[in-house]
Design a protein around this ligand. Structure first.
Ligand SMILES: *[C@@H]1O[C@H](CO)[C@@H](O)[C@H](O)[C@H]1NC(C)=O
Ligand SMILES: *[C@@H]1O[C@H](CO)[C@@H](O)[C@H](O)[C@H]1NC(C)=O
Ligand SMILES: *[C@@H]1O[C@H](CO)[C@@H](O)[C@H](O)[C@H]1NC(C)=O
Ligand SMILES: *[C@@H]1O[C@H](CO)[C@@H](O)[C@H](O)[C@H]1NC(C)=O
Ligand SMILES: *[C@@H]1O[C@H](CO)[C@@H](O)[C@H](O)[C@H]1NC(C)=O
Ligand SMILES: *[C@@H]1O[C@H](CO)[C@@H](O)[C@H](O)[C@H]1NC(C)=O
Ligand SMILES: *[C@@H]1O[C@H](CO)[C@@H](O)[C@H](O)[C@H]1NC(C)=O
Ligand SMILES: *[C@@H]1O[C@H](CO)[C@@H](O)[C@H](O)[C@H]1NC(C)=O
Ligand SMILES: *[C@@H]1O[C@H](CO)[C@@H](O)[C@H](O)[C@H]1NC(C)=O
Ligand SMILES: *[C@@H]1O[C@H](CO)[C@@H](O)[C@H](O)[C@H]1NC(C)=O
Ligand SMILES: *[C@@H]1O[C@H](CO)[C@@H](O)[C@H](O)[C@H]1NC(C)=O
Length: 464
């Protein structure tokens, strides 16, 4: 059955829900093609195809076939283009990267990226030879760093993740007996003024971008997808964005169809602005997780995330802080989630102070040591999936008297549940949240969580 026919059938079965649920508001792109039409990528070059026509252009030999690695040429090209030039990867050409590259020497360089850069999928080779970062067992194919780096074009950065997903199937990266590291498609460290524009980041084995100790980072008109051809090994942990220690990050107009967080800065992030993201099948717009490592301070502050469409995923706006016997401390402060449209996500807003998978009694015994202050959830519309019944949002703050949860506010929050009248659950928040909410141990919360139902997936494919 064609998607549209299936959807009509399901909508009809859902009866009265058919008009309220399952349709995107007008003008929202439903696939990569519509995204490009709505947010066309254009290089801003004066009279040239290149962003700055005055820069010397460097070209390198493309790969002749899928095993013909050109990592050495890529490195040489960047050395040559460094200090004022542009490495040009023309459309239709393929560049296979078959060994790790240290690209931390960059200083005023651009890559005009219309072709495809693709990593080999020799998993044993990368496991043995790639760079590593201790944070959550990360592994990096390459490292970008330096200053004034601009990567732009309509090309592809391909992580060739299928073999990794097949081999990871059933494993958790953080399991102590899992020998796989967490391969990252794009890693930057110690970068100042790093821009990525237009590029399609495709099929990352794990996290798509990981940015460490950097300042002035932007992603604009970027497309991020991770799609498996194997139903028993779906992409996992393929977050669009993770970071440690970053300042001044901008994300504007990004399409994300992957299998984990849509956007999730981790420890030490300041001044973050996200405007216009489309996230299908993700775990949401997440602050953190933070506070994971014993004795370590971490924080996230001064964040605005606005104009976001989230469909068919886990949660919508989310804050996650670790609890347990050996965790860190710190704060999450001054975060605004504004103008969120959601369809068929589990909780539209979720503050989880019992991360990661800590059961209620352990969380009570070892509550999170993170303060959470000045958080605004404003102008939320749409509906949940019904997985948590009529509960549409859940805010669980730490029960630790030294970890305050203060000034957390819902304003113009209009998320409905397909199962009945919406309920918001909240625990341990000082002064309320500006709208009615019930504690998780109340009879109202128990009844809300029990009233589960289902809705059809929100369609994002165009009518065929
Ligand atoms: C791929 O290209 C390389 C370099 O030209 C060549 O040595 C190799 O034989 C080619 N492999 C295949 C399978 O065509
Ligand atoms: C970070 O980059 C700056 C210049 O951009 C350099 O001076 C410094 O040594 C780098 N630090 C590390 C740890 O690589
Ligand atoms: C699909 O993934 C499963 C689980 O890892 C694996 O056993 C199987 O070989 C994969 N199928 C193909 C065609 O690669
Ligand atoms: C959107 O995400 C859902 C859930 O992961 C997935 O089943 C569906 O195929 C995605 N839609 C598209 C068009 O990729
Ligand atoms: C975060 O900042 C604190 C100091 O405020 C520092 O102690 C900690 O090491 C930093 N964490 C990371 C991951 O950089
Ligand atoms: C809160 O964060 C926003 C966005 O970064 C910033 O403009 C504002 O000054 C911050 N507010 C305070 C009180 O620091
Ligand atoms: C958490 O808040 C309390 C009360 O305001 C304050 O004493 C403490 O220093 C804060 N902790 C951090 C890590 O900011
Ligand atoms: C509460 O937080 C909001 C930002 O979310 C801020 O604008 C407001 O000033 C804060 N109120 C108080 C009393 O601190
Ligand atoms: C709230 O959303 C509506 C409809 O999407 C929009 O017109 C309005 O400007 C938004 N309000 C704010 C404060 O952004
Ligand atoms: C809430 O949203 C529903 C549709 O999702 C709409 O019918 C209703 O008017 C909205 N309520 C408010 C107060 O905006
Ligand atoms: C719910 O838990 C709070 C403590 O968090 C307790 O004071 C209250 O009595 C409990 N209510 C019920 C109905 O168990």
């Amino acid at each position: 059955m064609r998607c549209s026919t299936l959807f009509v059938a399901l909508s009809a079965a859902a009866g009265v829900l058919a008009t309220a649920f399952g349709e995107l508001p007008a003008g929202v792109p439903r696939n990569v093609h519509e995204f490009r039409l709505k947010h066309p990528y254009k290089s801003n070059g004066g009279g040239s195809d290149h962003a700055d026509g005055q820069r010397p252009i460097v070209k390198i030999r493309p790969s002749r076939n899928a095993t013909d690695g050109v990592a050495d040429e890529f490195l040489k090209g960047l050395h040559k283009a460094n200090h004022g030039g542009t490495l040009y990867l023309p459309k239709g050409e393929l560049y296979i990267i078959d060994k790790p590259l240290d690209l931390t020497f960059l200083d005023d360089v651009q890559v005009h990226w219309d072709g495809e850069v693709k990593f080999t999928d020799d998993t044993p080779f990368w496991q043995a030879n790639a760079f590593a970062h201790p944070f959550q067992n990360s592994l990096m194919f390459w490292k970008w760093g330096g200053k004034d780096i601009k990567l732009y074009g309509e090309g592809i950065l391909n992580g060739n993740g299928q073999r990794w997903w097949n081999e990871f199937a059933g494993l958790e990266i953080l399991d102590p007996d899992n020998e796989y590291l967490r391969p990252i498609l794009f890693y930057a460290e110690n970068a100042t003024n790093l821009e990525m524009e237009g590029i399609h980041e495709k099929d990352s084995p794990c996290w798509t971008n990981f940015i460490v100790t950097s300042k002035g980072v932007s992603f604009t008109n970027v497309i991020v997808t991770a799609e498996s051809n194997n139903a028993s090994s779906l992409p996992k942990n393929t977050d669009f964005f993770d970071s440690l220690n970053v300042e001044d990050v901008t994300v504007e107009r990004v399409w994300v169809n992957i299998g984990d967080d849509c956007f999730s800065p981790k420890s030490n992030a300041t001044n973050i602005h996200v405007d216009t993201m489309y996230c299908n099948g993700t775990h949401g717009q997440s602050m953190g997780s933070v506070g994971q490592y014993a004795g370590e301070k971490s924080f996230i502050q001064d964040v605005v995330i606005e104009n976001v469409w989230l469909l068919n995923g886990q949660h919508g706006a989310r804050i996650k802080t670790w609890a347990g016997p050996d965790v860190g401390y710190g704060f999450v402060d001054n975060i605004t989630f504004r103008n969120f449209w959601q369809a068929a996500n589990e909780y539209a807003a979720f503050l989880d102070s019992c991360y990661f998978n800590i059961d209620a009694s352990t969380c009570e015994q070892y509550p999170s040591q993170m303060n959470i202050t000045n958080i605004l959830f404003e102008n939320f519309t749409g509906y949940t999936s019904g997985k948590y019944g009529t509960a549409v949002a859940r805010l669980t703050c730490s029960a630790n008297p030294d970890a305050v949860c203060d000034n957390i506010t819902f304003k113009n929050f209009n998320i409905t549940s397909p199962c009945g009248e919406a309920v918001i659950i909240c625990d341990d928040i000082r002064g309320g949240i500006g709208v009615d909410c019930v504690p998780s141990n109340s009879t109202e919360a128990t009844a809300a969580l029990a009233a589960t139902c289902t809705v059809p997936q929100a369609t994002i494919a165009p009518p065929f």
